[in-house]
Design a protein. Sequence first.
Length: 399
Amino acid sequence: MELLKTEIKNSVLKSMIKILDRERNTIIEANKKDLEAFQKEDQALYDRLIVNNKKVDEMIAAVAAVMNQEDPVGKEISNRTLKNKLNIVNTTAPFGTILIIYESRPDVTIEAAVLAFKANNKILLKGGKEALNSNLILEKCWHEALEENNLSKNWIKLLHLKREETQEFLKNPTEPLDLIVPRGGERLINFVKTHATCAVLVSGRGNNFLYVSEHADWSKAVNVIINAKTDKISGCNALDKVLINKNLPEYETKLKMLQEKLEKHKVEILVDDNVSDILSQKETVSNVDIWYEEFLALKLLIGEVESLDEAIQIINKYSGKHSAAIITENTDEAQSFMQNVDSAAVYHNASTRFTDGGQMGVGAELAISTDKLHHRGPLGLNQLVTNKYYVYGDGQIRV
């Protein structure tokens, strides 16, 4: 796709803001069809599917925020002139074509597209069948905004592929693909990794841990745990596992207190063998696989550890490498935890729910990357570019 001037891109986004506002009732009605057809066996997926006036306002705000951000394309990263007089300039450049595969969440159709387009990438959107009606009307809005500014509809395109067709497309794409972002659960990520023939940037899996040190402020610990677990169970930044140091003062009393607080929020509690001696009426986990599981539900696993090192070891073994937190008043201990836990975001005395582009000052996000290349954490506008070297000479040859 050609390099577009910033003014043209922003004009498309300005058009999109007006169209989304104008079509909000149509969008909500289309979403109602998806909601009515959805089998509510997966509450987290259902919650992600909902589009109401508030959600449309958030879509409009996301487009406006990206429109007001500086264009990330063509920024100079470095500029050096060598002894041989070659001038070497490294600048940011678009990826080319990005494919994002996601489940539910029609707002991804807005956020992913606005970020990719502002960064001068073509984007292919493979939404889930459960959001088909919602995504179709949102794609129609995008196409109107593009055509209103004399641009091809191919910049933003919804793929209508079944599972087998998606598999074939990944293996033998009918057009060049530069990057694939699977945004969803473990099955989706593994499916894409198995069949893709280009770069894959993994996103979406949580399974986040929190460690309560023996030096923790217990009131802070309880408040953070409740927020991280119950604020939004469908978020990939929600809490799934809590490890508590057995040397915490009044350990047994505090465990029972935490149980009461969680039960008031209707959280199902699972425990390991050690904690089961104290919370004997709770289900004890017998299958090690549950430590790898992202719950996406009002469910929390509580385990006991003897030390900071043991907590770090468990987190690095089982977590999704998304977000991890420590509750402690010992700053040296917090620093050790944050340096040694292998996660995209690490927290000291704060909820994992802040791992979000908007909350972290990045703005709208394509996804939360748990990969180490090319970027880790929220994928905002500035992360949707690669780099390119421009080398200026005057007849130099290598000898």
